[in-house]
Write a protein that binds this ligand. Structure first.
Ligand SMILES: *Cc1c(COP(=O)(O)O)cnc(C)c1O
Length: 491
């Protein structure tokens, strides 16, 4: 069994196994004609259940053969130009290479004595990102498992910095279009059920700052404490960017923590044409970045950045076995301030302990392609969304919600013949499901003002306007078919 352990004696086995795995995936990429096969849970579950986990196959080739049927054949492929569903990106090759290296070496980024150069690389990327944001030299941060964890940590810091420890009095202000992880975090942080104050969005789905100002004033009048304002730079559904400078102004006025959730919009930091959309982000106290969305990185790769690195102390716990306080031996002179913390233990800043070296993927990406290379890809999908919006706006069969700032389009099919709003909802829902079942394309769905809409999240620069036009025709076909059948039944 030791022949399966990765070490000097098994280097050849490692090379062969991993190469074989790479071959299988490369073949899949070369032969996949649709983003999905349309397999149902009922069809696939017995295939997975039939595997006897107590009867190992012994070698990688056999396990890879099996993997073809339990996973690879029916996976949802984000690299396919007609995958237009959620916020998933096709990945760049330098990052995939980084992924292969980081899992083989298996550094853990909690302490210096488990990572060495890995820690320094992560710190360089945190500094690089902070500079792009426009933070000063006091900035710091840490990689996390995703935007959900980054938001949770940001709100933890905000809670600890708040002017009261009476949890029932704390309020978080965020737009009605912000990510649900804000609500989830509030609950995890022990805040009351009324802690999150939802601020309405304007017709472009950006937070209404007039209402934010009024709600902040009301909070003060009622003797409550504004704990944080969470602005979203790229809402999950619409890609809309809240007015950051105005929000920063209000946050300052009320002495409250400003968090910018740029999980989606962070790619703008590398954009060659749209960086200005993030103006004001440098005034945030904390920022969430999801490199695994708009930097074309494999899951997971995310970070939280803070303007004042000292605030990360709220995540610090000194464990004797891991990162003890740097104590003095009897008779030793005190350590001067500048030298304290000279052993860089990232666990001091993180909610996690053992932690992946995800930063390596971004490092390899920047070293091979550069930030401009990433920014160009993101600009391309934003341009594509702008072109897609024009198509939808010009097509009388479709109602499109907002002109995109980033790369999502939210729209719905409206039949020519007058029908009930409920039937239109059902026709759109049916079109999405039928499309998924056919595997021809994958689109997402969401609700706008209680009505069913469809969504394209465009993160693949290989997707063309022809793809968009073709998918819209497929949707129209499925919707009309549904309406045809159901109008007949109704009459
Ligand atoms: C995706 C998303 C999140 C959650 O990030 P995960 O990486 O999925 O945990 C948070 N905020 C916004 C705006 C997002 O789009």
């Amino acid at each position: 069994m030791r022949s399966h352990l990765l070490n000097d004696a098994t280097a050849e086995h490692y090379r062969r196994s991993v190469t074989e795995g790479v071959e299988r995936v490369a073949n899949r990429l070369a032969t996949t004609r649709r983003p999905f096969t349309g397999v149902t849970p009922d069809e696939l579950a017995p295939v997975v259940s039939a595997v006897d986990l107590d009867q190992p196959l012994g070698d990688a080739s056999a396990a890879l053969d099996e993997l073809e049927t339990v996973y690879l054949r029916d996976a949802v492929y984000f690299h396919h130009p007609r995958y237009l569903g959620h916020l998933n990106c096709p990945v760049v090759i330098p990052a995939v290479l980084g992924e292969a290296v980081l899992s083989a070496v298996n550094s853990s980024l909690d302490t210096w004595d488990q990572s060495a150069g890995g820690t320094l690389i992560e710190r360089r990327l945190i500094d690089w990102t902070s500079q792009r944001i426009g933070f000063g030299p006091a900035a710091d941060g840490v990689f996390t498992s995703g935007g959900t964890q980054s938001n949770l940590q940001a709100l933890l810091l905000a809670r600890e910095e708040a002017k009261t420890s009476d949890l029932a009095k704390l309020r978080i202000f965020t737009s009605e279009c912000s990510h649900f992880s804000v609500q989830k975090s509030a609950k995890l942080l022990g805040l009351g059920p009324d802690a999150v104050v939802s601020i309405p969005a304007d017709r472009n789905k950006r937070m209404q700052t007039v209402t934010l100002a009024a709600e902040l004033a009301r909070c003060a009048d009622e003797g409550l404490t504004p704990m944080a304002v969470v602005a979203t730079a790229g809402t999950t559904d619409f890609g809309s960017i809240d007015p950051l400078p105005e929000i920063a102004e209000l946050a300052e006025q009320y002495g409250t923590w400003m968090h910018v959730d740029a999980a989606y919009g962070c790619g703008l930091l590398a954009s060659l044409t749209r960086r200005h959309l993030l103006d004001g982000i440098e005034r945030a106290d904390s920022v969430t970045m999801d490199y695994h969305k708009s930097f074309f990185q494999p899951v997971s790769s995310s970070a939280i950045l803070v303007r004042d690195g000292a605030t990360l102390r709220h995540a610090t716990y000194h464990a004797d076995y891991l990162n003890p306080r740097q104590t003095l031996e009897v008779g030793e002179p005190p350590v001067p301030e500048g030298l304290r913390g000279s052993i860089p233990n990232q666990v001091d800043k993180s909610l996690q302990t053992t932690r992946r070296f995800d930063a390596l993927k971004l490092w390899m990406t920047l070293r091979v392609m550069g930030a401009d290379g990433v920014g160009q890809l993101f600009d391309e999908v934003c341009d594509l969304a702008a072109a897609g919006w024009e198509m939808l706006a010009a097509d009388p069969r479709y109602d499109v919600v907002v002109q995109p700032q980033l790369s999502t389009l939210v729209y719905r099919y409206i039949p020519e013949a007058l029908t009930s709003p409920t039937l239109i909802d059902r026709a759109n829902l049916h079109a999405r499901k039928a499309l998924f079942a056919s595997g021809e394309a994958v689109v997402a769905g969401t609700k706008v003002d209680g009505r069913q809409y469809l969504k394209f999240t465009l993160l693949n620069p290989e997707t063309t306007t022809e793809d968009i036009a073709a998918v819209l025709e497929l949707i129209a076909g499925h919707a009309e078919q549904y309406l045809g059948e159901n109008l007949v039944h109704a009459s």
